[in-house]
Design a protein around this ligand. Structure first.
Ligand code: SF4
Length: 257
């Protein structure tokens, strides 16, 4: 659970970064945003995961405890802080990361939510560079944004793993680029020769093989929806359907002109 901080000069408030028992076991702290399209307190809507594809329909962060009122409120508070007052977010996060509890630790940026804009990603990269004693990692579906802004200019203490199930899956070289796919179970990911990251989430960025397999969360209705497919195979099927539809529309347009 979040705790109060006693860093001098800061009013008592909760930590920005949290930790559950699984993450504590492997020395990881976590920054979380809401998942996908959410309604904000002023009635407006915001898409926190612009490149989400099939994952949005299978997202564990849109069900269960993530829907509890207090949990949702905390995630929305995080979003409003980093989206609407980015300088304040950067200041608070950089200051918090100086605390001794983070020395030598890993920060997972987002267990839900995404790098929703260039500015937000660049803010995190500055925070990382100003926190040299801390290490950072993430999964991301923001493939083109990462290729444009991170790949050739990554902070030394930042590792990432592309994650399948998004609209930009086709930009990932599945043979050479580190990526994660969500399988129905461990047996399926082993059969596909992916590395099982169940033992430690850090294997997503530290495993020898760049092919990282995640067994789907045991949430019955989501498991049923996923069937024997992976997020990657479902997205490829959706992309193909869209491509065929666009092709048909193109042919109709050509015939009519
Ligand atoms: S990108 Fe991640 S958090 Fe967002 S909808 Fe997809 S699985 Fe959920």
């Amino acid at each position: 659970m979040p705790e109060s901080t006693s860093t001098p000069g800061r009013t008592a408030r909760k930590w920005l970064l949290t930790q559950n028992s699984d993450l504590r076991r492997i020395g990881v702290f976590n920054w979380t945003l809401p998942a996908f399209v959410i309604e904000l307190p002023d009635g407006s809507h915001f898409n926190v995961c612009p490149q989400a594809g099939v994952c949005a329909q299978l997202c564990y962060a849109r069900v269960g405890t993530y829907r509890f009122k207090n949990v949702r409120a905390a995630h929305i508070r995080n979003l409003l802080l980093c989206r609407d007052t980015p300088e304040e977010f950067e200041r608070q996060m950089t200051e918090e990361l100086r605390h001794k509890r983070y020395v030598g630790k890993w920060i997972r940026v987002h267990d839900s939510g995404e790098f929703f804009s260039d500015d937000y990603l660049l803010t995190w990269m500055r925070i990382m560079r100003n926190s040299p004693g801390v290490r950072f990692y993430c999964y991301t579906k923001e493939i083109s944004r990462f290729k444009r802004l991170v790949v050739n200019d990554a902070p030394d203490n930042f590792l990432w793993c592309y994650s399948l199930g998004g609209k930009e899956d086709h930009l990932i070289d599945l043979n050479t680029e580190r990526h994660a796919d969500v399988f129905p179970d461990v047996e399926a990911l082993i059969a596909a020769e992916y590395t099982d990251q169940t033992e430690s989430d850090l294997l997503s960025v530290l495993s020898e093989s760049p092919l990282v397999g995640i067994p789907a969360n045991r949430i019955p209705h989501l498991l049923k929806k996923q069937g024997r497919e992976t997020f990657g195979s479902l997205q490829r099927a959706r992309d193909e359907k869209l491509r065929a539809k666009n092709e048909r529309a193109g042919q109709r347009f050509a015939l009519a002109h």
